[in-house]
Design a protein. Structure first.
Length: 346
C-alpha cells in the first residue's frame, strides 16, 4: 500500500474556519466575556479571503470567468491581496486600483503577488475620475475579457460571510453570542455575519464600527448621505464616503465611531497584551468595545464577539512605526515613555 500523504491541494483550501480566541488582558475592567474572531488565520491574513474565493468561484460557475480572463478590483489592500492570491492559484491576471491611503506594506505585498497596481488619490470624491472606484471601472472597460469584482456593490460579498463567518461564530459560541462588533467598510462582513446570526437569534445585538470622516453612522440613523460628514481619516478598511450596496443596514442595530489615534494605540495594546499581532481595524473594533462598555452596553452575562479583520504585518510602516505615529500626532506621553525603554547599543 502506498503511503497516504495528508496535504492540501493549494492555499485556498485553508480559507475559513478561523479560531475564536478569548480576550483576557484587553477585557479587564469590561463587563462580560469578549472573544476575537481572528481572521488573520486565513492564508491571505484577512477576512477578505472569504469573499475573494466565493465571488471568483461563482463567476467561474456562471461562465463569466474563463481561461485568460483578467480580474479587476478596487481595494484598500486586503481584498486585493486575497484576489491576487486566488488569481495565482486559478491562473488569472489581476489588476488592482488601490487607495493612496493604503500602507506601503500593503501596496508592496500586492505587487509581490503579481498584481498590476494603480495607486489612486484617497481624498477625492467617489465620482472623481481619479478615484479608485472610477479608475477600476475605466480599466474594466479598456481590458478585453475582464471582470470587475466591485465588492462595494456585490451581493456575493454579503453571501460569502452569510455562508461561512456567521455559521462559524454560531457554532463556536454554541449559540450563546449576545453581541457582534465588526468594522463596516464595504459592509459585507458585518451584513452577512449578522444576517445569519439574527436568523438564529434576533436578540443578538450587531454594532458597526465607523470612522470620523465617514458617512455610514449618520446614514444608518437618518437615511441621509451628508457630504458635510466627509473628511480625510487614516484608518484603512472601515468607513466610506459613499453608501455601499453591499451593506445591509437592516442587519445592523447601531454604529459607533472611533478615532484614528485611539484605534492605533489600541491595536498596539492588543499586540502587547494578547499576543495577537493586530491590524489597524482590529484596534478600531476593540476600541469600540471599550466605548460601548463605558456606555453600559454590556452586563456580566454578555458574550461579545469582535471580528479582528487582518494582521499587523500590513501596518509596519504605519501604526507599528513610532515615527509614523509621531508624524500623525498620535504619540502621547505614555507611549513616548514606553518607547524610551528601547535602548540602541552602538
Amino acid at each position: 500500500m502506498k503511503n497516504q500523504i495528508n496535504a492540501y491541494n493549494n492555499v485556498s483550501e485553508l480559507i475559513g474556519d478561523t479560531p475564536l480566541i478569548k480576550l483576557n488582558g484587553m477585557a479587564e475592567g469590561l463587563l462580560g466575556n469578549f472573544y476575537a474572531k481572528v481572521e488573520a488565520f486565513n492564508p491571505g491574513h484577512s477576512a477578505k479571503d472569504r469573499i475573494a474565493i466565493h465571488i471568483i468561484n461563482e463567476a467561474e460557475r456562471k461562465g463569466i470567468l474563463k481561461p485568460g480572463s483578467t480580474i479587476i478590483e478596487t481595494t484598500s489592500g486586503n481584498t486585493g491581496f486575497s484576489i491576487a492570491m486566488v488569481s495565482i492559484i486559478k491562473g488569472y491576471e489581476c489588476i488592482l486600483a488601490v487607495s493612496s491611503k493604503s500602507s506601503p506594506d500593503k501596496i508592496d505585498m500586492l505587487r509581490s503577488m503579481g498584481a498590476k497596481v494603480y495607486v489612486c488619490p484617497a481624498h477625492v470624491s467617489a465620482d472623481d475620475p481619479r478615484s479608485y472606484y472610477e479608475v477600476a471601472k475605466r480599466l474594466h472597460q479598456e481590458t478585453t475579457g475582464s471582470i470587475y469584482i466591485n465588492q462595494y456593490f456585490n451581493e456575493l460579498n454579503i453571501d460569502a460571510h452569510y455562508r461561512t463567518t456567521g455559521p462559524e461564530i454560531w457554532e463556536q459560541t454554541n449559540g450563546h453570542i449576545t453581541h457582534l462588533i465588526s468594522c463596516s467598510g464595504t459592509g459585507g462582513t458585518i451584513s452577512g455575519t449578522s444576517r445569519y446570526l439574527k436568523e438564529k437569534n434576533p436578540e443578538i445585538r450587531t454594532i458597526g464600527v465607523d470612522a470620523y470622516g465617514s458617512v455610514l453612522k449618520k446614514y444608518h440613523e437618518t437615511g441621509e448621505l451628508d457630504s458635510n460628514e466627509i473628511y480625510p481619516y487614516r484608518i484603512e478598511g472601515l468607513g466610506k464616503n459613499l453608501i455601499p450596496g453591499a451593506t445591509d443596514f437592516a442587519c445592523i442595530d447601531e454604529f459607533i465611531k472611533v478615532t484614528d489615534a485611539e484605534s492605533a494605540h489600541t491595536a498596539r495594546e492588543i499586540s502587547k497584551t494578547e499576543g495577537i499581532f493586530a491590524g489597524y481595524t482590529c484596534g478600531a473594533v476593540m476600541q469600540a468595545a471599550k466605548q460601548l462598555n463605558d456606555l453600559g452596553e454590556f452586563d456580566q452575562d454578555s458574550n461579545v464577539v469582535l471580528i479582528f479583520p487582518d494582521h499587523g504585518s500590513r501596518y509596519m510602516s504605519k501604526i507599528y512605526s513610532d515615527q509614523w505615529m509621531e508624524d500623525q500626532g498620535f504619540m502621547d506621553a505614555k507611549v513616548a515613555e514606553e518607547t524610551q525603554r528601547i535602548q540602541i547599543i552602538r
